[in-house]
Design a protein around this ligand. Structure first.
Ligand code: GLN
Length: 533
């Protein structure tokens, strides 16, 4: 196709409008036309990466195969496009500044004064173009976090201005805004959009395409008005109404010709609309499913929508491919006790014991694991969830009273979950866990193998503690088998109780690699077991 084209996605009026979903949808539509596409997210905050951020601040921390702790939007990119992202797909202001300051210390700037323009903006531009020039993608979509008008996003807007100037028709700007409905006046209001575009224009960036998020249908007249006020062609003003699932958004964009407008504006041939057959089939199965499968999510962040994003999406995908409607029961582990556990969990078809850090709510996870084990409820423990299953087993089956993870109780007499050897000397919190994809060899006589149908797998990790191999034999004798092992380090990656319907814990996070068109085998098999219960 010639040189890489760059699409920038910015947002205005409010945050949380779904820039990640719009970026993913654009990517999906271009990919379906045969183009190679990647998507990257630039976050204007100062943290080097979101790995040290609390889920209350930033939702889930997503992990890439190469071990980068990333913004959760990268999860959307991977789920929509079935691509793998890397550290290069997620840049923060912290990383930009760190790199510039390191260069300054090395003397790379030859005595010059180091400034936001051009040094910081040059570093941003270098990063924008990095993946395109290295891998020759046809399209690189860059989503800018935050909203136009934020102080911290100014250097990014300035970089977009410069890049649009330098790249000409190879760069395009998509701006997402919000059109509120005033109930008292019974009117949709475009003024915030006009202001947002003015703000962007005042920074020298003219949007080429406007995507208007709204809860109501926008009339042609309203879109015409927005086009007129914002210097944007009428056909380039599209609406993004609320839809039952985010996976409908690419189709909604396709119906309005968003991809065609992009191709036309970038001087590319247009051709037929791609059929998106498997995608539509997924959506059909989702909307045709009537019977429910109820899964409890046991965790301490259950009131936060985004904290377990990838797990929820993986469950939805797996339920859909099992022709079931997914119903989630959120169970706050902090409030779970032996007294109320039956009331909260007896009716569910299966449960996920969620990942996490620290001791808050962990005792409730032990209660859930015990109840599930004793009542044979299909249960999936992920990372800390797997560790909790092991600890509960040690306490209540092996009789190792006060068994625990060193993370929760440094003085536990039975450290069935111990700190990893290479973690002992670590003092910095950021980016120092066991991160990214590692190999795992699966025991062929296990349910896990039935699910994967493969002996050698690679899965992504994010943890500091591990199953203590000194206890392996005891566990196995008593019925909890270590069925997935890392061949180099001998670390236990998967535990399973074969006697039970489906009681499996993974030290890794399978949820990071489940996509719409390639749902994860473990989630598929877990949901199947939950249905059969
Ligand atoms: N806190 C645990 C560890 O560090 C589990 C981490 C997780 O659930 N991601 O090992």
């Amino acid at each position: 196709m010639g040189e890489t084209k760059y699409i920038f996605v910015t947002g205005g009026v409010a945050s949380s409008l779904g820039k990640g979903i719009i970026s993913s949808s654009i990517g999906k539509l271009l990919q379906a036309r045969g183009y190679s596409v990647t998507i990257q997210k630039f976050d204007p905050y100062i943290n080097i990466d979101p790995g040290t951020l609390n889920p209350y601040e930033h939702g889930e921390c997503y992990v890439t195969v190469d071990g980068h702790e990333a913004d959760l939007d990268l999860g959307h990119y991977e789920r929509f496009l079935s691509i793998q992202t890397t550290k290069a797909n997620n840049i923060t202001t912290g990383r930009v500044y760190k790199s510039v300051i390191d260069k300054e210390r090395r003397g790379d700037f030859l005595g010059k004064t180091v400034q936001v323009v051009p040094h910081i903006t040059d570093e941003i531009k270098r990063n924008v173009k990095f993946l395109g020039s290295k891998y020759k993608f046809d399209f690189v979509i860059t989503e800018i976090g935050g909203t136009v008008g934020d102080i911290e996003s100014l250097p990014y807007m300035e970089s977009i201005r410069q890049l649009k100037w330098e790249l000409g028709p190879r760069a395009l700007s998509v701006h997402l805004t919000y059109v509120p409905f005033l109930a008292a006046a019974k009117e949709l209001k475009t003024k915030p959009t006009q202001h947002s575009v003015k703000e962007l224009q005042s920074l020298g960036v003219q949007p080429d395409i406007l995507v208007l998020r709204s809860e109501h249908d926008l009339s042609a007249d309203l879109r015409k008005k927005v086009a007129l006020f914002c210097n944007v062609e009428e056909s380039a003003v599209v609406q993004s109404m609320d839809v039952p699932t985010i996976y409908e958004v690419p189709l909604m964009m396709q119906r309005q010709g968003l991809d065609k407008t992009i191709l036309r504006k970038m001087g590319l041939p247009i051709g037929e609309d791609p059929a998106l057959k498997p995608w539509k089939e997924f959506l059909n199965r989702r909307s045709n499913a009537t019977e429910e499968v109820t899964i409890a999510l046991v965790g301490k962040y259950v009131e936060l929508q985004d904290a377990y994003k990838s797990i929820l999406e993986s469950l939805l995908q797996a339920a859909t491919y099992n022709d079931r409607k997914l119903k989630i029961e959120y169970v706050q582990s902090e409030q779970l006790t032996d007294e109320n556990v039956a009331e909260k969990l007896s009716k569910v078809d299966g449960m996920v014991i969620c990942p996490g850090f620290g001791s808050r709510g962990v005792e409730g996870k032990f209660v859930a694991a015990k109840y599930a084990r004793e009542n044979d409820i299909p249960t999936f423990g992920i990372c800390l969830g797997m560790q909790c299953m092991s600890i509960e087993f040690a306490r209540n089956v092996l009789g190792l009273e006060k068994a625990n993870s060193i993370e929760m109780d440094e003085k536990t007499p039975y450290n069935v979950i111990d700190i990893m050897e290479e973690q002992k000397a670590v003092t910095n919190l950021g980016g120092t866990m066991r991160l990214g994809a590692y190999e795992c060899v699966i025991n062929k006589a296990s349910k896990v193998y039935e699910a994967y149908k493969e002996e050698h797998i690679q899965e992504r990790h994010r943890h500091r503690y591990e199953f203590n191999n000194n206890y392996r034999e005891k566990f196995e004798e008593a019925g909890m088998k270590c069925v997935g092992i890392n061949p180099e380090s001998d670390l236990v990656e998967i535990v399973e109780i074969p006697e039970l319907r489906w009681y499996i814990g993974t030290q890794f996070h399978p949820e990071y690699s489940s996509t719409v068109l390639k749902p994860h085998p473990l989630f598929l098999s877990f949901i199947k077991a939950a249905i059969n219960k």
